[in-house]
Design a protein around this ligand. Sequence first.
Ligand SMILES: [Zn+2]
Length: 114
Amino acid sequence: MCFYDQYQMACKDFKWGNFRQHCSKEYRTGETCGMKLVMSTIPVADKCKLCLKIETKQGRVFKEQERIRRWIKEEQRGHQRGASIEASQHTVAQLEYEIRDLHYQRGQAQTTTR
Ligand SMILES: [Zn+2]
């Protein structure tokens, strides 16, 4: 067991920081063992990389949905927007799939580093 700093990100996720201190067991060998213990928790104003990615993709989903709503209104006024709506819906589905995957990765990262 060795001691590390731990960053608490704005999104409440944790990230390991610098190595701080060996535990008594590993002190003589000068090596760090696999078990990480928290020396101190440092709050960070930024969100973690995964949450930032999720946020960006979420923003793109909202934009696409806005376009879809606008095109549906235009269709009601007699303009052909079917192909655009379909393409946009496809993009939304793809983004939502990627967002689900990022949420999954986020869950994985948090269980393996804590
Ligand atoms: Zn996060």
